[in-house]
Design a protein around this ligand. Sequence first.
Ligand code: AMP
Ligand code: MG
Length: 417
Amino acid sequence: MSIQTDACAQPELMHPTDAIKALLDQVSAIEDNEMVGLNEAVGRVLSEDLASCIDLPPFDNSSMDGFAFRYEDLALTEKDTALTVIGTSFAGHPFKGSPKANTCIRIMTGAPLPTGYDTVQMQEKTTTNGDIINIQAPKAKGANVRYQGEELVAGTKVLKRGLQIRAAEMGVLATIGISQVRVKRKLKVAFFSTGDELRPVGSELAPGQIYDSNRYSIKGLLTQANVEWIDLGVIEDDKEAIRGAFRDASDIADMVLTSGGVSVGDADYTKQILSEEGEITFWRLAIKPGKPFAFGKLGKAVFCGLPGNPVSSMVTFYKLVWPILNKMQGLTPKAPLIVNAKLSTPIRKQPGRAEYQRGIISRDDNGELVVAITGSQGSGMLTSMSLANCFINLEQQQGDVAAGSIVNVEPFNSVLC
Ligand code: AMP
Ligand code: MG
């Protein structure tokens, strides 16, 4: 694995791009699949290609409320053509009569085009006088008709394996009449926090104690990532308690995720137990926040150890755990969408580590994208994540950035599809 040797880089720290690539090389997609009903399918990952059994649209129909007629009956002059209306085609209730010369059919959007009629004119380009409809000639024969199979014909592949089912796919599946889909089973992630200072919400804090927030931000992220999470609570800094928790977690989950206990100041036994129980490497990444990160295998489970500082744990989750989860879920990890925005506040930065500063991106009065940092960027200040709607991504070798500079911005939860 290559270590970044850029002049500005701290030589022992790994560049995030190298780290993500190396991490992804070490995990694979789970193999188990299951059938789920369409109602349960949102967020799931398709485990097979899906073809449509029907044409879309399934029949020729009107794209407008108006009148259907035979194009050949139009005068095709400046003047409107007078046609006699002889019936109606509603959506769900087709016209059942036969076509006749110099007639038209009142037709609604989505209603079947009556047999023998070929063109529709929108209501707004007609005038009505009793049974006589004066119709302005449309541009061409076939105007305002949506033809059977024009979107796709039966047998066409519609959705690809490895695709995450979002709202649009839910609708597409329903459009082609699919009520059950084969998907990857949900990934199971067991997680806990480590630290003697941590108390669960709902309890009193003694001096020196803090509430365990990481378990909740991680729970939020795991929910967004659409995995089945198992919350194993707070594990005290005790050798055997930690050993027990690692064993329990790796027995029941595909991934064991922890926060705390991976930085240099931590009680040595967290690291000791991890290396006794599995194959774990402690990574020092050239990123800020979030330098320490542990990764490896605990039994059959993949292990990710996030730093304890609340912002660092969320940032390392976004940057490292998210792509790993995606790959394990059967998704193709995708690059985040990066946009350029003008910095409205200066940023102080030391060259050496890539930084993901918390930012707020918006449009100024001229409609241009501008971004400002949320304020103090301390790795313990979780409110900076809550205020932010994006990361401002600063390269490893970058120093201070002046207001007015153009910077790379990564809006939260955005990927290039
Ligand atoms: P550690 O990585 O365990 O050395 O922790 C680094 C910092 O993050 C310390 O200030 C911890 O108190 C804090 N911290 C660790 N775990 C959590 C947690 N689950 N929730 C909130 N703060 C935490
Ligand atoms: Mg700790």
